[in-house]
Design a protein around this ligand. Sequence first.
Ligand code: UDP
Length: 466
Amino acid sequence: MEKGKKSYSAHVLAIPYPSQGHINPLLQLCKRLVSKGLKATFAITIFISNSIHHHHHHPPQSNSSLQFDTISDGCDQAGFPQAGSVQDYLARLEAAGSQTLAELIRKYGSSDNPIDCIIYDAYLPWALDVAKQFGLAGATFFTQPCAVDYIYYYVHHGLLKLPVESSPVSIPGLPLLELKDMPSFIYVHGSYPAYFELVLNQFSNVDKADYVLVNTFYQLEAQVVDSMSKLVSPLMTIGPTIPSSYLDNQLENDNDYGFDLYHLDPSACTNWLSTKPKGSVVYVSFGSMADLGEEQMEELAWGLLESNFYFLWVVRDSEKEKLPTKFKQETLGKGLLVGWCSQLEVLSSESMGCFFSHCGWNSTVEALSLGVPMVAIPQWTDQLTNAKFVQDVWKVGVRVKVDEKGIVRREEVEACIREVMEGEKGKEVKENAVKWRDAAKQAVTKGGTSNRNIDEFVSKLTSSLC
Ligand code: UDP
């Protein structure tokens, strides 16, 4: 096949880990690569593909440069719940994923658009083995911040011994970390062993990857990016991976991720927000997976109400029954509860005051990129470390304190919201948030660090094919 005849310079096949927080950033990276002249095929699982076509109003549309295809996670009928355990799910994903990925590569291999490179979520190192069987280039994509990846690197290589015996922990390139600032699998040693193995395995074959892409931007984590680049290379920061219209506006019609796994009623939030004064609303969301206890939900509910600010709270359908019974009526006038929203639209609303967030990495980057201060209520995995950076490194928010039972009490909820919404502290975090917003925009704009790294990735990949 002669490359010169094609309308694109290389064809990449992207394999996300099948969850909302992993799909969004990889899909955005693909859109950027397409804007730089590549063709991208984004392969979701058969289960996700079927469910968005059943429940979604506007399933993402393929065009000639960005198209969708499927692989199997071995759970085609019901997705994750079909597996017996996390371990079972991950085993099925690897077995069925490897096989169907190979089939996909063969299918395109006998078409006019053979695959040149696999970009795979770092949670799926087996995708690199498949790529290499076919002699293709492989780019691993770390969806989490460099600081967290670097901690896992340390653990994977035995540079940090577990359980951690004394704190604070000192790792070059990172601030001193207390145990509660470590990823949850380290903080609570032995918790979620299958997921812990998954995050450590991100480094199992990283030395064989041709490119290492990290979903962050240089300024945000300069020291740790410098430290980790000496150990893992070529390491390229390519974020923030949020739709272009919220950042640099270079990509046409890139206004949303376009891939909601939950039912969305976009007008409900925007209409409500548009009636609220500037900077007056607390937006509360814990992402696509968090599953808070009933007692915690109750404390949050009353804390929000007692703070007396307007609030918009995303409570997914599976969480609704945990709300206190009287709460719904009492919120009238002050609060809006929705099952899912367009988070970017909400965060960029004039009325946005602060983001009460679980500090999932996408949510954190979205808040930083849109200049919204945060109250951090981390739950598990990387969120604890993200919250540390939010409070002490980027200084764009405060982290809640938990009591001896691990619960954040209503008084604490209220106090943290007040701290970020009012007074001196409020002013300071708001100013810092605006500073990070500008840095985020700069990173993806022409001449910015991430923009240059993406260009370099494209040009290296393209020239390696000639
Ligand atoms: N999100 C959304 N609507 C909601 C809640 C979340 O669109 O009501 C999006 C959010 O913008 C982010 C993603 O879902 O891009 C959640 O990813 P994150 O890493 O923050 O958390 P996770 O869901 O992985 O815990």
